[in-house]
Design a protein around this ligand. Structure first.
Ligand SMILES: *Cc1c(COP(=O)(O)O)cnc(C)c1O
Length: 418
């Protein structure tokens, strides 16, 4: 990926694009919401479909010239149905947040009530945070994870639903390492006669592969991200029953968006095709096995994991007990310096702030894409522990070069794009 054509026009951007490929090749990406899309997906995303206006839906567009756009969108929808099931799929949301917006616009009015997980406990901005349109337009009440166990307290969610009487209950999370029990959230929604939006953003690929239970057929609406545990490029999707199909489609376009990003929908179609290959299930299972190996390694080094471990692709580390003087940002910055890229994250019962929280979140989807197995992932866990311990003991400079060299060896052994 040399970006020669870009370089002829714009060397500054070409340098940045090549720099980004090198950064991804030469560092370990452990942002739990990221992955590495294939060259096929990226090629589709940079196709001539970026030039096409395809407002509307396949077969019913507002513009001429949509023959190939129709073909691409129909294939994306068909493949999504094969991956997740469901009567109706909308592949147009530009992002996961836009997918959620589509659902809210379809069934809520301003002032209606949302019950969702608190952001600092693992929820998402688009579930009712005051800085997001959801917090501004709707009346939001939040549930939490159990302070002791770190698991969703489903009984408490149901109690809150009975008390608050929401119009919609939202499940699906950004920093929750455990299996989501969709039926139990459905019980809570039923108790309030509310809709249930299952936002499977992080685990969209795990659900497709059948290594996490599916919310399709349980919740009224399922939204997903196409760039996290599935490698279909940036975007969102909505899955729902036929009875909501028209409302959802109208809420996405013209409700929330204009013309669909047809080039990204082509990327989704290609990524979905890749995920229909039987090898994708192995990938998804390996992603989980690697996350478990990472969690066990960190626990062996004395780190405290929220909920004590993981069932999915991520671990959430609470640094407060093991490393009381190291903040999430301190850890994130030191790790980035040695080429391990993850993020500081709030933890349940956060005592610092969202800007400098007490935890770190690490995911294994990108490492697994480049071929990491449990053994290689354990090595990464050892390196993370070594760096954070060194920060705590004020001798980071002493370990830095050694860790950097080990990261370089791991990235060399696991080339990203051959
Ligand atoms: C990542 C995520 C989204 C989507 O985010 P976008 O950045 O808008 O694609 C939605 N919900 C949850 C729970 C997420 O973790």
């Amino acid at each position: 990926m040399e970006y020669d054509t870009v370089r002829e026009v714009d060397p500054e951007i070409a340098d940045a694009l090549s720099g980004e490929v090198e950064r991804q090749q030469n560092t370990l990406q452990m942002i739990a919401s990221e992955n590495h899309a294939s060259e096929a997906v990226m090629e589709a995303q940079s196709s001539a479909l970026t030039n096409v206006y395809a407002e509307g839906y396949p077969g019913a567009r507002y513009y001429a010239g949509c023959e190939y756009a129709d073909e691409v969108e129909e294939l994306a929808i068909e493949r999504a149905k094969e991956l997740w099931g469901g009567d109706h799929v909308n592949v147009q949301p530009h992002s996961g947040t836009q997918a959620n917006m589509g659902v809210y616009l379809a069934v809520l009015d301003p002032g209606d009530k949302i019950l969702s997980l608190d952001l600092t406990h693992g929820g998402h901005l688009s579930h009712g945070h005051p800085a997001n349109f959801t917090g501004q337009l709707f009346d939001v009440e939040q549930y939490e994870v159990d302070a002791e166990s770190g698991y969703i307290d489903y009984e408490a969610v149901k109690d809150k639903a009975e008390e608050f009487d929401p119009d919609i209950v939202v499940s699906g999370y950004s920093a929750y390492p455990r299996t989501v029990e969709w039926e139990k959230i459905q019980d809570a929604a039923d108790a309030a006669d509310a809709y249930h939006l299952a936002d499977m953003a992080h685990i969209t690929g795990l659900v497709a592969a059948g290594v996490h239970p599916s919310p399709v057929g349980v919740a009224d609406f399922v939204t997903g991200s196409t760039h996290k545990t599935i490698r279909a490029g940036r975007g969102g999707i909505i899955i729902c029953d036929e009875e909501y199909a028209d409302d959802i489609d109208a809420a996405v376009f013209p409700g929330a968006q204009g013309g669909p990003l047809m080039h990204n929908i082509a990327g989704k179609a290609v990524g979905f095709e890749e995920a229909l290959d039987p090898s994708f299930e192995e990938y998804a299972q390996q992603t989980i096995d690697n996350a478990k190996a990472l969690g066990e390694t960190l626990a062996d080094h004395g780190f405290e994991l929220v909920s004590g471990g993981t069932d999915n692709h991520l671990v959430l580390v609470d640094l407060r007990e093991s490393h009381p003087d190291v903040t999430g940002n301190d850890a994130e910055e030191a790790l980035e310096e040695v080429g391990i890229v993850l993020n500081a994250n709030t933890v349940p019962g956060e005592t610092r702030s969202s800007f400098n929280p007490s935890g770190i979140r690490a995911g294994t989807p990108p490492l697994t894409t480049r071929g990491f197995d449990e053994e290689a992932t354990r090595t990464v866990g050892d390196l993370i522990a070594q760096v954070v311990d060194a920060v705590a003991e004020d001798n980071f400079e002493e370990v830095r070069d050694d860790v950097e060299a080990e990261v370089a060896q791991l990235t060399d052994e696991h080339p990203l794009y051959e």
